[in-house]
Design a protein around this ligand. Structure first.
Ligand SMILES: [Zn+2]
Length: 456
């Protein structure tokens, strides 16, 4: 096999690698209040220090850029190849079977927040660098392992890197998503649409509230109407009376905002029930309901708004209403619209705004993410695909996804690993875990990929 020596070297260091992972996972690096020399809180800063100390201990040059992002570097050469990862984590949350900071191993799986996302992979990469150096493999580009500390909260860490004028990688990958290679990530338009309720509705609606986040299909939506309001229950819709009010609760099914077709939107379901029962709320609130039902409804691709685009290689637009919030004075709802390659996003945005204004609503939308596209024929994608196929025998083609990964921080960077196809999705969930053997295999793949992209 092509990477026998590298694999063997990584395997020899297995205990050491997992001990280092355990040490970092023990640090609860959730974003916190800014402190002196810790702009994202004490936890992320401690986790960054820990990785940089590891790099220094192994004999590499390290840099800490204002305690926001750091790097570990090896090699010579004018160009730099990057591995980008992060050591901040999402909150531990409830429902763990084992200590989320403990890295306990049960049935061959290591449990802990950050084992996969993204402390494990970044430490695996540090040892990949050691393996490449210790074996004396010849490389043409320097390899820089970049360690961010704010990925889970908007990536201010890598934005700081870019804004500080630091060296841009010539090529790179981020092991912060899944295998095989993600060569495309959709662009996005997001924001909210607002209506001031000057003209009051005939039905006295006190509030409509639903949703947990703009990028999640609304799982529950609740409408409170003053007095005794006649409304029939139906699939997913329950009606109760309480304190002189009528409370209508619509229960849908949550899904990620980039795949709204997999969910049932509770807000849309509620408005559809209003239409079915020929209930007119009246006033300005009716305009909100009419816009949503006429132009969106159960369509999750933007067809009704005239902004459905499709591309053979990179998929179709998606549209999700995540959160709705109406008081007696104002009603607003969020928009999460994602588009494939070859979409005229300026035209889509203009059309969207025009349609909303047509109903007297005020759009507050903006282009929030550019698409990421690295051709399947590029050096980067070809090399990563070839390493992955060589090491796994899995012929799965590169993926185009609706979600956005850390790779968007840089040009010529894609997401690559660490989760293998078909593995359960445990990222950000209680009991985040990885099979030790699979994780070790991912580390070996990362090491081989680092070597390949460092060669010209
Ligand atoms: Zn991550």
């Amino acid at each position: 096999m092509k990477y026998d020596k590298l694999d063997q070297k990584m395997l020899e260091m297995k205990d050491e690698i997992f001990a280092a992972v355990k040490e970092n996972v023990a640090i609860e690096s959730v974003k916190g209040e800014p402190e002196e020399n810790a702009p994202f809180g004490a936890g992320p800063k401690a986790a960054l220090d820990n990785v940089l100390e590891l790099g220094a201990r192994l004999g590499f040059k390290t840099v800490n850029l204002d305690n926001k992002v750091g790097w570990i570097e090896y090699g010579d050469g004018d160009e730099m190849a990057a591995v980008l990862g992060h050591v901040d984590i999402v909150p531990l949350g409830e429902g763990w079977n084992y200590d989320p900071l403990g890295c306990e191993i049960h049935d061959g799986k290591m449990y802990g927040r950050g084992v996969l996302d993204d402390k494990g992979p970044i430490i695996g990469a540090v040892y990949g660098l050691k393996a490449i150096r210790d074996l004396g493999l010849s490389i043409d580009r320097r390899i820089r392992i970049m360690v961010g500390t704010d990925e889970e909260n908007g990536s201010a860490c890598v934005k700081h890197y870019v804004n500080s004028g630091e060296e841009m990688p010539a090529i790179g990958f981020t092991p912060d998503a899944e295998f095989p290679v993600i060569f495309f990530e959709k662009g996005a338009i997001s924001g909210r649409i607002v209506k001031k309720l000057d003209k009051k509705p005939e039905v006295k609606v006190l509030s409509i509230t639903g949703g947990t986040a703009a990028n999640v299909v609304m799982p529950v939506c609740t409408m409170v109407v003053e007095g005794d309001f006649a409304f029939a229950e139906s699939d997913g819709i329950k009606v109760t009376k309480e304190g002189g009010n009528t409370i209508i609760v619509s229960k849908g099914t949550s899904a990620h905002g980039s795949t709204p077709e997999l969910g049932v939107n509770a807000g849309i379901q509620l408005f559809a029930a209003l239409r079915e029962q020929k209930v007119k709320l009246g006033g300005d609130l009716q305009k909100v309901v009419d816009f949503i039902m006429d132009k969106i409804g159960t369509d999750t691709e933007g067809e009704g708004l005239g902004i459905r685009y499709t591309d053979e290689e990179t998929g179709t637009t998606s549209l999700c209403i995540g959160v709705i919030h109406c008081t007696e004075d104002e009603c607003s709802f969020t928009i999460d619209y994602r588009y494939p390659n070859h979409t005229d996003s300026g035209e889509a945005l203009a059309r969207f705004e025009k349609e909303a204004r047509g109903y007297g609503l005020r759009p507050e939308l903006r282009q929030s993410a550019n698409p990421l596209y690295v051709s399947k024929e590029s050096e980067l994608v070809r090399k990563l695909v070839s390493v992955y196929k060589e090491k796994t025998g899995d012929m799965t083609e590169p993926l185009a996804i609706g979600g956005g990964t850390y790779a968007k921080a840089f040009q010529n960077m894609v997401a690559f690993g660490p989760v293998f196809p078909g593995e359960p999705d445990v990222i950000h969930q209680p009991n985040e875990c990885a099979e030790v053997d699979k994780l070790m295999q991912a580390f070996q793949i990362i090491a081989a990929a680092m070597y390949e992209i460092a060669c010209k």
